[in-house]
Ligand binder design. Structure first.
Ligand code: GTP
Ligand code: MG
Length: 567
């Protein structure tokens, strides 16, 4: 896939545009060419029919052809734009576009940066939010939400050049924000030379189209959902590539001992593509003309409208993807069943993105999971064995971080990934306690967990990053009162206490057994020692009598040897 801009995946699905043999060589010329011929194809087509000053918003169902190509002064809520003013602005815009192109060509080399393992063009983005009047105090504030959006944009490889928000009682059904704000943003975009406008909330397809038209031809509009999908796609693609490299190098122990990891990655990739397609389906515009070629001449010849052809192709691909996901799931279930035969309890790390889950996993297991100060650093769950000092062990799974305003399309993608969670004996909720919005983040995580039907699984709360907190002593005292473990995954502080707490919680979930283990089943006895808590063993004539707490799953395996009471 070509990726001359990190937003290529938003405008065009990488699944739909396959360029398997195209490996871009980065230089400004290639970029400029591709940028105009591909990513901006839709925008160019808008510019032809709509002048940049045209603020008039369109009905969500309007198409570009229905608009009048001639320029007229338009009335907007914040005032009347006189024709000559509009003309001046038009000239200014043209000059600025030309300047932008020149500067872009000159500086484009310096604006390429490495992002998620790929070199991408650092687009300038302007971010926009809406503060709902009457939102309760405990929810994320608009400024915090926008700063999180800026972090997401940075993770996606964009350069945030400015932001704004509007207080609204209800969203404008046509443009989400009011028309005065639209005009204000349009000026800001030109002042900052921004190429993309990102909204903090999910926009309807009609709102996206209307805003794009209102801002002028060469500005792209997207929302939080598209941004998150883009990050997922960039990262999932990278992981897939990394996995293939591992495969080709072969003989990698990790893959052999955790063969199911492969199918999870595969499923994740499928799920992300699916979410992306489901997001795009209602937002299809005429930009999808390239699909004509894929559809073949006959289909068009049958009189179907292009947009219908596009939608049909997308639906077919969605159907095929769903089938693939189903088969990957079945495949993985077989592996899971195999793993169930090894009764080591599974503990899953859950929490808000950037809370420090991967750092904790790395610290406890020596794993080499990517941990960085970026949102959604982890997309592919990793499971590792934690060996405690007392010889006990459990499996620790790192999972995808959650975020507030999680798009509904993505909850489904999370659900598949988080199958792992539903099979866990214990969830460890990792919180970045140094974060000013720690409490709101906890709430957001609880909300997603309940959406995933995982709130019934026992949970241990862990406050991470105490080293970074303003008043660590106070936090540690507070944690003790609330039965919470305080740690620093970075410095290692509190990790022994953490393992003991996990052990204690796991014990609460174990069942008491008394069993006679025949001498020829020695491996069962060592497993009891490894995963359970042995209180007493007595060597008898026909085997070893053992009294222990063991995980429920394992207790079932011992059923034929149980019910023998020791005196
Ligand atoms: N000061 C401090 N920084 C930490 C601690 N734990 C993690 N970090 C930093 O926090 C950032 C995020 O850590 P990750 O482990 O990637 O967080 P995560 O929860 O896995 O994030 P996602 O994968 O995005 O969900 C990294 O820069 C870590 O170095 C800690 O205890 N103290
Ligand atoms: Mg992580």
């Amino acid at each position: 896939m070509s990726s001359c801009s990190c937003f290529s995946t938003i405008l065009k699905s990488p699944i739909l545009i396959r360029e398997p043999n195209f490996i871009p060589r980065w230089n400004s010329k290639v970029f400029t060419l591709k940028r105009h011929s591909q990513n901006f194809s839709s925008c160019i087509c808008y510019t032809r029919v709509l002048h940049q000053d045209q603020i008039e918003v369109l009905n969500p169902d309007d198409t570009v052809e229905e608009q009048n190509a001639a320029f007229e002064g338009h009335e907007i809520a914040s005032g009347r734009l006189k024709e000559e003013e509009a003309f001046k602005e038009e000239t200014r815009n043209q000059n600025s576009s030309e300047k932008k192109r020149n500067v872009g060509e000159k500086n484009s080399d310096s604006r390429f940066k490495l992002c998620n393992g790929r070199e991408v063009f650092e687009e300038k983005a302007y971010i926009v939010g809406v503060a709902r009047k009457g939102d309760s105090d405990d929810s994320f504030g608009i400024e915090e939400s926008l700063s999180e959006l800026a972090q997401l944009a940075d993770t996606a490889g964009l350069l945030v050049v400015g932001s704004t928000y509007q207080k609204l009682a209800t969203a404008n059904p046509r443009t989400y924000i009011g028309s005065g704000k639209v005009a204000e943003i349009k000026s800001a975009i030109h002042a900052f030379d921004a190429e993309t406008v990102i909204f903090d909330d999910e926009l309807s397809p009609g709102q996206l189209r209307n805003l794009e038209k209102a801002f002028g031809g060469d500005v792209r509009v997207c929302d939080r959902t598209a941004l998150i999908l883009d990050i997922f796609n960039q990262r999932a693609a990278t992981r897939e590539a990394a996995l293939q490299a591992i495969y080709f190098n072969a003989r990698v122990q990790v893959i052999r001992s955790f063969p199911y990891v492969d199918t999870k990655k595969k499923e994740k990739k499928f799920q992300v593509s699916l979410a992306q397609m489901e997001y795009q389906l209602p937002r299809l515009t005429r930009m999808w003309t390239h699909l004509e070629r894929q559809a073949g001449g006959q289909v068009k010849g049958m009189g179907e409208k292009q947009i219908e052809v596009d939608k049909r192709i997308l639906r077919t691909q969605i159907g095929a993807l769903k089938k693939e996901i189903e088969s990957v799931r079945k495949h993985r279930k077989q592996y899971r069943n195999r793993r169930t035969a090894v009764p080591v309890p599974v503990v899953s790390l859950v929490g808000y993105t950037n809370a420090g889950k991967s750092t904790l996993l790395n610290r406890l297991t020596g794993a080499d999971v990517l941990a960085e100060d970026k949102l959604f650093a982890t997309l592919d769950p990793t499971t590792r064995r934690v060996q405690m000092k007392n010889g006990k062990e459990f499996l620790l799974s790192d999972t995808v971080g959650f975020i507030q305003k999680l798009p509904t399309t993505l909850v489904a993608a999370f659900r598949a990934t988080l199958e792992e969670i539903s099979e866990s004996s214990l969830l460890v909720h990792v919180v970045d306690i140094s974060h000013p919005l720690a409490e709101q983040q906890i709430e957001a995580v609880d909300k997603v967990l309940s959406e995933l039907d995982a709130s019934s699984i026992p949970m241990l709360m862990v406050w991470n990053k105490v080293d970074k907190a303003n008043d660590p002593e106070k936090i540690i005292m507070e944690a003790k009162r609330n039965d919470v473990v305080c740690i620093s995954a970075l410095t290692g502080e509190g990790l022994e206490e953490f393992c003991n707490a996990v052990q204690e919680r796991l014990k609460d979930m174990m069942v008491w057994v008394e069993a006679l283990i025949p001498f020829d089943k020695g491996e069962l006895l060592s497993t009891i020692h490894r995963v359970g808590m042995v209180e007493k063993t007595v060597y008898a004539e026909n085997g070893t009598l053992v009294r222990a707490y063991v995980p429920l799953r394992f207790a079932r395996l011992l059923t034929p040897m149980r019910q023998i009471c020791m005196s």
